[in-house]
Design a binder for this molecule. Structure first.
Ligand code: ATP
Length: 235
């Protein structure tokens, strides 16, 4: 579905990605783990076009994404939930959710998807008239995920969805990620510092260090890998 070939991305003169190769197949949950500053967010932003790569090739469903505007990348079926959630604090919950469907014209489909996100997150239905900024951190994460789902993505990019959330909420968010994948067949690319939880929901994983992929395997194997255990699982 998506292939990154030898992708290099820069911030000015700083090279954040140093030739990344990565493959995501349809229907998978793939996780990318690594320390702070390894280049995980940059990988997501390279895919979504927010920080376009300078070298390499990026192919989604047989077509190159290089040079394509972020809006058009959303239109092709890739939605991103950015780190830190970035909801609109002064808009209501419902208005925030509706923002995700701005590019769509199929009213019946939009209505169905709205009911679907309310079924995933009943708390958002209860709070639909409330300003987004009054929600808790976990609820704002749910809102950001809902907004992304409303674009009906084929590929959903999630940047650190568990960051700063209480353990119970983290558990709930990971269960929902699994559910979105299994119910809709939505392919998910999950960037996480919480490697343990991420590898438990993912099918395969990549490990990143200093802008390079250093390891790739099934999630089950990575959970058992001694180096991964020592560096990322706190075992
Ligand atoms: P984190 O978990 O902290 O977000 P990360 O693995 O997602 O870490 P990136 O945010 O992708 O890492 O950062 C990769 C590298 O690029 C880091 O060395 C970082 O300092 C650098 N970097 C990120 N954003 C910028 C920017 N806007 N300008 C310059 N350098 C940047």
């Amino acid at each position: 579905m998506l292939e990154l070939r030898n992708i290099s991305t820069y911030y000015g003169n700083i090279q954040a990605l140093k030739g990344i190769d990565l493959v995501i197949d349809r229907g998978e949950i793939i996780t990318l783990i690594g320390a702070n500053g390894a280049g995980k967010s940059t990988t997501l932003m390279s895919i979504s076009g927010v920080v376009p790569p300078r070298e390499g090739e990026l192919v989604f469903e047989g077509q190159s994404l290089l040079g394509v505007d972020p809006d058009r990348i959303v239109g092709r079926g890739i939605s991103q939930v950015p780190e830190g959630r970035r909801i609109f604090p002064h808009l209501t919950v419902r208005e925030n959710i509706d923002m995700g469907a701005l590019l769509r014209r199929d009213r019946d489909g939009i209505k169905r998807d709205l009911e679907y996100v309310y079924s995933l997150f009943p708390i958002l239905a209860e709070r639909r008239g409330q300003a987004g900024g009054t929600l808790s951190g976990g609820e704002q994460q749910m809102l950001a995920i809902s907004r992304a789902i409303m674009a009906r993505p084929k590929l959903l990019l999630l940047d650190e969805p568990s960051l700063g959330l209480a353990p119970l909420i983290v558990q709930q968010i990971f269960e929902i990620i699994s559910q979105i994948n299994s119910e809709n067949g939505t392919t998910i690319f999950l960037v996480e510092q919480n490697a343990n939880q991420a590898l438990k929901v993912a099918h395969r994983g990549y490990v990143m260090e200093n802008g390079r992929i250093t390891l790739s395997d099934t999630a089950a194997n990575l959970l058992e890998n001694p180096e991964v255990k020592a560096a990322y699982l706190g075992v």
